[in-house]
Design a protein. Sequence first.
Length: 108
Amino acid sequence: MIRDTSIEAYRELRESQRLNHDCGILFDAIINLRERFGRWPTDKEIRRECSTLDKLKNWESNQVTGRRGDLIRIGMVREGEKRQCQITGRLVYTWEIMYPTAELQGTI
């Protein structure tokens, strides 16, 4: 379960327009996958979910890693544990939503 403080911080960023559309889609994808499967997602799993959420574009891997990097820079996402990706079968890192303990940094 995602903490309500993370959801509230995310909503504030969206409303203040400090979080761009693509970062919002990626954040939603991470939350959806965590809630649906009970584990943090990998990049490939996030990519598939982003393409499902954003019908206007087929997300590429570099779009996921770029937007994830933006969310890492402002303190919303961090590297998680390694596990087997459900898409590639490889052992890779997962990505976790950070629970805000301080003011988020910057605008993206």
